[in-house]
Design a binder for this molecule. Structure first.
Ligand code: PGA
Length: 248
């Protein structure tokens, strides 16, 4: 089931989700348990990372008991490439907090054996005890992670071809469209659905149509985000613009 949750703006949404994450980390660490977070890149989670960094600096939130798994990475981009997701995460989140570098997991975009790399990634999630809370964005194609249509509900971490709409949307971060990689490594839909909680963030009018489709359409490979309707604990955190087409 997808529960929509409307917030006055994206910064308040970020504060609410950051508080939920902080509470989870603090409760689990008190009983000596690690918290396994699934993390996302893109413009959408930036206010969330900014708020978590603020909580670390000003309210003593520690990430020493956190293990993280990022959803995806561009194939062919290494950690030193400014558009790689490993670079993005270091820049916008990890270098500002106290997470142990060994607890960070991001698919290796430079892998020469992507089948093995993806199988190892799944095994590492399992070994960590599964993902407690997964942060998601949503693409205009209905992708979650880089699970473009058609992506089935039983898909696992694998190499995928990127949709042209997604490459154009993401080209704003590159010099030009030709520089945007044509494939990526991504957690699968089943990997995402196995997370115990899913918190999807969507902000702005550009997301209104796909938010409506994800919540209202019959689940199918044509809009992978519709599979989230099958999750027992999935919340869509929306600003008024992203929620605008849910009124009827
Ligand atoms: P965005 O991307 O946050 O840059 O809009 C979201 C996504 O593609 O999942």
């Amino acid at each position: 089931m997808i529960a929509p949750r409307l917030h006055p703006d994206k910064h308040i949404a970020a504060q609410v989700v950051a508080r939920e994450i902080a509470d989870l980390i603090e409760i689990r660490s008190k009983s000596g348990k690690y918290t396994v977070l699934g993390l996302a890149t893109g413009a959408t989670p930036l206010p969330l990372y900014a708020e978590l960094i603020r909580l670390h600096r000003e309210a003593g939130l520690s990430f020493q008991s956190v293990i993280s798994f990022n959803l995806d990475e561009y194939a062919g981009l290494g950690p030193a490439h400014p558009q790689s997701y490993r670079y993005f995460m270091a820049e916008h989140f990890f270098r500002h907090i106290d997470i142990a570098p060994g607890n960070i997991h991001i698919p290796d975009g430079l892998s020469t054996d992507t089948t093995q790399t993806c199988a190892d990634f799944e095994a590492e999630i399992t070994a960590a005890g599964g993902i407690d809370l997964q942060i998601l964005g949503i693409g205009r194609t209905g992708h979650i992670g880089f699970n473009e249509p058609p992506s089935s509900a039983d898909s696992r971490t694998r190499q995928v071809h990127l949709n042209d709409v997604t490459r154009r949307d993401n080209s704003v971060f590159f010099e030009n469209l030709d520089e945007v990689p044509t494939s990526a490594l991504t957690m699968g839909v089943a990997t995402i659905l196995a997370a115990r909680r899913v918190e999807l963030l969507a902000f702005g009018s550009g997301k209104a149509a796909i938010v409506r489709r994800a919540m209202r359409e019959q689940p199918s490979v044509d809009c992978p985000a519709t599979w989230l309707q099958r999750h027992a604990a999935c919340t869509f955190h929306l600003d008024p613009e992203a929620a605008a087409m849910l009124r009827d």
